[in-house]
Design a protein around this ligand. Structure first.
Ligand SMILES: [Zn+2]
Length: 302
């Protein structure tokens, strides 16, 4: 589904990634432009905000040291260049007041464009932090393509920013669906099943495998719904409807104790009541898991 439904967080980006401007000369020219600005990524997955309710803080590139390593993100809708900077060691002295806040706790407070920008900057900076040295020969790597590539000058290994495909699916049959409680979740939280796509696997095959591994249920049809950048730390969450045969609906599940506290079938009206009275708390709004459950409850399954 494109554009992504507005309920999906981190997917509302309008930035032009302008990959043709990732060569050294273009990136340096953009960096020197007076209106160019920078997203500051703090330690872990923090981003600089302009304080309570102030949104994402953007600083002029001129506030950073001339040799600061900047990653070019793209051009905003006004044509202004936007960069990302690893500010784990501290924010530049600009006179602005910053507050570094974990992106996860900020999601609901940013505009869709800010959230998408942060979900782009944070995983990129996180990737730079773990690829400073070559995975093959151990030598220091060098940045290329305005921060979108790292190359080992000794053995030539090239590394690109990484995105890990993950799947989440609402297993269903008619008026029943499967929700689970994952190990470690807050009281009352019930979610759709989820897992990572493994090497050599399609997302659809991962849906079938994960449903079987986590609950013993046999999925017979899989239908793509939508996807969501999920920067914790660098996943792409791909959402599906997963259908089982009528005969299998309501059959007792076998939750995998390593992953799930429990899993069970819910009738649509029963789940509706439980959400309304607060006994069941779906994943927070803005997540694809919330979108799948609320869409299904509204009877909008395709
Ligand atoms: Zn190497």
């Amino acid at each position: 589904m494109w554009p992504a439904p507005p309920q999906i967080g981190f997917a509302g980006g309008a930035l032009d990634r302008a990959a043709h401007l990732r060569d050294r000369a273009a990136a340096e020219r953009l960096r020197d432009a007076v209106d160019s600005k920078v997203v500051l990524v703090g330690k872990g997955q923090e981003v600089a905000t302009a304080g309570e309710g102030g949104g994402l803080a953007l600083v002029p590139t001129s506030a950073l040291p001339a040799d600061a390593e900047l990653t070019f993100l793209g051009l905003d809708t006004g044509g202004t260049a936007v960069f990302a900077y690893d500010a784990a060691a501290g924010a530049p002295a600009t006179g602005q007041i910053f507050e570094f806040v974990p992106l996860r706790s900020l999601a609901g407070e940013l505009t869709p464009a800010e959230a998408a920008l942060a979900a782009y900057a944070v995983p990129l900076i996180g990737w730079h932090r773990v690829t400073r040295f070559c995975g093959r020969c151990g030598n220091a790597t060098e940045v290329e393509a305005a921060g979108h590539r790292r190359r080992c000058p000794v053995c030539g290994l090239v590394q690109f920013p990484r995105t890990d495909p993950a799947i989440t699916m609402l297993v269903q049959s008619g008026d029943r669906c499967v929700l689970s409680r994952r190990v470690g979740v807050v009281e009352g939280r019930w979610s759709a099943l989820a897992g990572f796509v493994e090497p050599g696997e399609t997302p659809e095959a991962a849906v079938v495998r994960e449903a079987r591994e986590e609950t013993g249920v046999e999925v017979v049809a899989v239908e793509y719904v939508t996807s969501q950048p999920w920067p914790f730390p660098q996943a792409l969450m791909i959402g599906f409807w997963a259908f089982v045969d009528t005969a299998a609906a309501g059959v007792k599940l076998t939750p995998d104790p390593a992953e799930l506290l429990t899993a069970r079938w819910w009738w649509r009206d029963e789940l509706e009541r439980a959400v309304r009275d607060g006994t069941v708390s779906p994943p927070p709004s803005g997540t694809i898991g919330n979108y799948l459950i609320t869409t299904w409850l509204a009877g909008d399954t395709m």
